[in-house]
Design a binder for this molecule. Structure first.
Ligand code: SAM
Ligand code: SF4
Length: 326
């Protein structure tokens, strides 16, 4: 379905849990995270019903995220449900990878098409520092597993933070050269645990790209499956590519094709727009498929033309990224 700004909105990101087995410093506090009670989150069957209705409003791609989607019980059953919806042609997952290896085969068998891993450091101690509890080997194994199961394109999301991982940019580029991986460098956004965020810590995509271009010849930018706002450059002679996601230095909103649903069933037009519609309440009050479909269409129609992230997050938003779904 095309919105008021001429964008074809066909992508739904669903947070299936607000819980996580890591505590990345920029995302969650170390303790005292308020968790949604189980009764307040959508059941798997409710999510599947809403995806079916969203498909009727033009949604074709679904991404499961969180929190950490793989801590949700029976996530494979949810993937099976979604796979049965004929209009949905792409099911993907954004994960920290910790639990992935053990579940990889059943996820693929259930119908998972591809996977994005979040990985901010290739140094075990630094990985443990930024995630507070994570084990880098588990994520490395997960990435190998995804490659061996052909869950292509396998993407890596790396949030760049000055003073933390700017000295690893070339190591990530080398990884994309050696392996058929698509490494996406993401500008640090003022979302999540803002104690850690600082404008001076943002590394712009332009800076990152210039650095990589000193070692590698970057082929012209192109889109790859499910690439959304990222532009990818193949590394000449290498296997993979690097991509740049620039929410802070360059509005990509004109190309945004997504809407979001939170774990408790609120629909959002934009990560940065605090307006939400409560689908779960509507369902519990007996809303018909048609009425719910109308809510999807209204949300798409009123999707804001752009975010205002550069004006800060704070007061405008009562939610964190792990609650909305990153
Ligand atoms: N737990 C899963 C994971 O980490 O992949 C999915 C949810 S997580 C919130 C989704 C993505 O949001 C991760 O790649 C994470 O790095 C990114 N993210 C969280 N806070 C961010 C911030 N302040 N700036 C940029 N990216 C952020
Ligand atoms: Fe968990 Fe993902 Fe947030 Fe890290 S970024 S704390 S893995 S939800």
């Amino acid at each position: 379905m095309v919105d008021r700004h001429g964008r074809n909105i066909n992508y739904l990101r669903i947070s299936i849990t607000d819980r996580c087995n890591l505590r990345c410093r920029y995302c969650m506090p170390s303790a005292g995270v308020e968790k949604l009670p189980h009764v307040d989150i959508l059941s798997l069957e409710e999510i599947a019903r809403l995806v079916r209705i969203a498909a009727g409003a033009g949604i074709r791609k679904v991404r499961l995220t969180g929190g950490e989607p793989l801590v949700r019980k029976n996530v494979t059953r949810l993937i099976q449900y979604i796979k049965e919806i004929p209009e949905i042609d792409d099911i993907s997952l954004t994960t920290n990878g910790i639990l992935f290896s053990a579940m990889a085969e059943e996820l693929k068998a259930a119908g998972l098409d591809r996977v994005n891993f979040s990985l901010d450091s290739l140094v075990p101690e630094k990985f443990e520092y930024i995630t507070r509890v994570g084990n880098l080997d588990l994520v490395k194994n997960a990435i190998d597993r995804a490659l061996s199961l052909d869950l292509h394109p396998v993407k890596i999301n790396t949030v760049l933070i000055r003073g933390f991982n700017d000295n690893e940019i070339m190591d990530f580029a080398d990884l994309a050269y050696k392996l058929p991986l698509h490494v996406r460098f993401i500008e640090f956004m003022p979302i999540g645990d803002l104690k850690y965020w600082n404008r001076d810590n943002i590394i712009t995509s332009r800076e990152t790209k210039n650095m990589i271009a000193r070692r590698y010849q970057l082929a012209g930018a192109k889109k790859i499956r499910g690439s959304g706002p990222a532009r990818y450059h193949k590394l000449e002679g290498g296997q993979g590519s690097v991509g740049f996601i620039s929410p802070m230095s360059n509005h990509f909103c004109a190309e945004c094709n997504r809407i979001r649903m939170t774990a408790e069933g609120s629909l959002r037009g934009c990560l940065y727009d605090k307006r939400e519609v409560d689908l779960r309440q509507a369902m519990h009050h007996g809303a018909s498929d048609e009425q719910l479909g109308q809510i999807f269409m209204e949300t798409i129609k009123h999707k804001p033309d752009k975010h205002n992230m550069n004006n800060g997050w704070g007061a405008a938003n009562h939610r964190k990224m792990y609650q909305i779904g990153g």
